[in-house]
Design a protein around this ligand. Structure first.
Ligand SMILES: *Cc1c(COP(=O)(O)O)cnc(C)c1O
Length: 232
């Protein structure tokens, strides 16, 4: 598990270098390690190396790990995957951040669950910036209206936007999807939309450098830290 500490060190150094390369202060980019499919032991290793918040995409897996790792100091969970309304309770109970808000019905359910628990949740609105059929998230043109409709949900702290970059090796298309997010963020700020919109959650193991060039403040990295996932 010391390889996890080594890889974390490497990734952090690469992030710092990429930030400097595009004239950004490295402290404005947060690395979010994505631990999905990896065992609790891998999370303990990353925790020992200084990480505190971990991304999971399946609510049941997140809840199981939260239970298993309850002894770890200051551990926080980020739910990063598409969420069905009937699993909202699990996220409300265990997560500090939710990166995949994409419907009003889900916002209502999450808010109700959070109110009952007396908890709050930092949320990122998921945008389908690549236009790919297979992707969740709102079309960019619908985001401003959607965000306006979130105002009544007091337990949801809207901090920004999230996207998954275009699923391609074509750097031009990847850049284009991240550029859409950056424009959308400044548009929302210009409109005075509720929420701060300081955060842009985008970039994964294969495309995080492009995301940083386009203003990402949270990059979600699994494989480059924990190794390949085994879905067997
Ligand atoms: C799995 C996952 C990641 C991490 O992907 P890697 O390519 O392993 O870095 C990031 N974001 C989301 C939403 C994911 O589901």
């Amino acid at each position: 598990m010391s390889d996890i500490a080594d890889r974390l060190r490497t990734v952090r150094a690469q992030i710092d270098e990429a930030c400097t390369g595009v004239g950004r202060d490295p402290s404005t980019v947060r690395l979010l390690p994505v631990s999905k499919t990896h065992p609790a032991q891998a999370i303990r290793a990353a925790h020992a190396a200084g990480e505190r918040t971990f991304g999971e995409n399946k609510p049941q897996e997140l809840a199981a790990k939260a239970g298993e790792l309850a002894d770890q100091d200051g551990l926080r969970w980020a739910a990063i995957g598409h969420l069905q309304t009937n699993k909202a309770r699990i996220v409300a109970e265990h997560a500090a951040e939710f990166h995949a808000l994409d419907s009003l019905r889900l916002a209502e359910t999450l808010d109700r669950r959070l109110q009952a628990l007396g908890r709050g949740l930092d949320v990122f609105v998921q945008v389908n910036a690549s236009g790919e059929e297979s992707k969740f998230g709102l079309p960019p043109a619908e985001v401003a209206t959607f965000v306006g409709s979130l105002a009544p949900f007091d337990s949801l702290n809207v901090v920004g936007l999230m996207t998954i970059g275009a699923n391609t090796d074509d750097r031009v298309r990847i850049d284009a999807s991240f550029a859409i997010m950056q424009r959308l963020q400044s548009q929302l700020r210009g409109l005075g939309a509720p929420g701060s919109f300081d955060e842009l959650s985008m970039g994964m193991s294969g495309d995080w450098a492009a995301a940083i060039a386009h203003g990402a403040t949270v990059i979600r990295i699994g494989t480059a830290i924990f190794g390949a996932r085994d879905y067997g």
